[in-house]
Design a protein around this ligand. Sequence first.
Ligand SMILES: [Ca+2]
Ligand SMILES: [Ca+2]
Ligand SMILES: [Ca+2]
Length: 721
Amino acid sequence: MKLRHIFTIMVVLICMLASACNLVLPIATYLIPPATASMTASPEPTISNTMLVRIHLVTSSDWTNLFLVSGATWLSHELISADEPASTADIQAGQFALNQPINRAEAGESVGMIAEVLLAAPLSEGPLAFRIERGDIGSAQVEFSRQAGAEWVVVRTINWDGVTGDGQNAHNIELSFAELFGEVSLPTATPQVLELKPVEPVIGMPQGTDGYPWWNDSIFYEIFVRSFYDSNTDGIGDFNGITQRLDYLNDGDPNTSTDLGVTGIWLMPIFPSPSYHGYDVLDYSGVNADYGTMADFTNLLSEAHKRGIRVIIDLVLNHTSDQHPWFQMAADPNSPFHDWYIWSDTNPGYLGPWGEQVWHPLNGRYYYGVFSARMPDLNFRNPDVTAEMEKVAKHWLDLGVDGFRLDGAKHIIEEGSIQANSASTHAWWKGFRTFYKQINPQAMTVGEIWDTTAINSAYLQGDEFDLAFDFYLAGLTIQAINEGKAKTATDQLQLSYASVPPLQFATFLTNHDQDRLMSQLGNDPRKVKAAASLLLTAPGTPFIYYGEEIGMQGQKPDQQIRAPMQWSAGTSAGFSTVPPWQTLGPDWSHSDVSLEDGDPESILSHYRALIQARNQHAALRVGDLTMATTGNDALYGILRVSQQEAVLVLVNLSGEPVTNYALNVSQSSLAKRSYTPLTILGEGEFAPLSTGSSGGVSGYVPVAEIPPYATFIFQLQQTVP
Ligand SMILES: [Ca+2]
Ligand SMILES: [Ca+2]
Ligand SMILES: [Ca+2]
């Protein structure tokens, strides 16, 4: 393919992308000087324009150097072709140089090269001055071209010969602004400012963007019902309590931003259970009377749906309570339920995955329970058990739940002492998926597989779960912030991203089994906000544990990380008007929703802004992931590009300002262009960004200083050349 054709295709692609973005792009854009200039004190914004200029050099000299003297600043420069392998071409530090072996030059042989340079030129300046120097022998031809639609038009050709000492081996050339822009009339009005616009915002129930499923448009919130809000003054949270507080989570009005904005809820177990937490089930088709009635539950479901919030419930399949009627009957070897559980006449003797006893004595025999004697494992080799659990899944899907969080999912079927991730377990989940997708193809499952990325991803190849929680990413994200070292998080993020089908993993920071984020991050709200930034700008489907959005403290034992939600500084932290079922968290008197509600610097306000940004910007939800190296250990940088939008995210993971940095991206799906960064989150004015033909970015410094723990999210708008 001829170069001209490649250029034409490239230009057409850029134009298609620009029109697809539905951008009305003014000819003049509001830019500040590029990276190098912004490093000096108080850069003054300059009205300028960018232009792409092609330079075609053919020379028989041994060396040729081309300098930009005045009138414009180099934004980027890229070699498109060099037709002689023995020659070397180098474009750096504003100098464009071609060298070939001296013996070839002495033999009068000629070489050619084509480069593209992207320039920022202030409108008020005079012509652009270039200086060309070459070796003392041979000839040189330099041709400057500008873009006119899909064509390249030559605007000036300089051609000269020379010999040593004739004074002709340097040449100065000036090109006027108008020459390089053709017949475009220059605006004289005040500069137009590009407007930050939502791109494919989520409105109502998330539907999915760019062909991805609805859960990639969703942000989930994990609720422990017992601890969220007590509507009937018994000190226990309940379904009606959640319904009364739905507007806090999402009021269903896309024009208000005073709500959190989440679009999904995961309810921890809602079934009748003898325990406070509910992970040992007595009846899979009923609801816990502490939480209300089935009518209260279905009302919660429909009120959530009205607000654009989907609801998934915790499904605890691996085991029941030892008080479940099935197990009570199973103790009799003659009962039809006996084979619903796992029995041995003698103690097989091996321990469980955590070194715990898994064989528990009963009436002279032993039953298997991987988590505890109170939680006997069901026997999923028995087709009656599988059929019963499929009935359970259908029951809840028919009631309108949108999917399931699958508890302890790696333990479904044991193969002797192989008690996790067995081939039989994988096979069972494949069957379960086939079943529930028949009931509702849009139903979603998210598995709890607390294991390595490799093991986790084996469940996510498209025929088992839709999502699984990424425990390693959660832990390493928190560690990265405690260390002030971005690489700790980005290495794992890249691994997680590459290990599953595009975007099909569930991200989180903490859940009901882990110490609260605030406690893990030294009670430093700045660190908590930085962690939230990483969670809510990354690919995957994010899950937020209730109370994390206000920075609640809490450390194990478990009850203390599942304490009542802190709504206000009043009685029982506004959770109830009577003493709550569980002691309030240690920070209840000074950390609550009402206190943080109106404070723009609060953790709650930061979560709201991040969630709103994700709901408004497709690139944050479904954009692909490209890592930016930053040249600074503490600075986290990622690029997210969807079909319609590109977003750059920078987060300082340290308590010191970051000044010594430059962003580099080796390649990305960005079109080769100049881009203007508009802030979705963060304050200031930022230098333009330009990309090479493979979407790479080199040495980009959008702003001189990134404050401690600050987050910047930029939408990259295309600048018109
Ligand atoms: Ca209650
Ligand atoms: Ca709203
Ligand atoms: Ca099991």
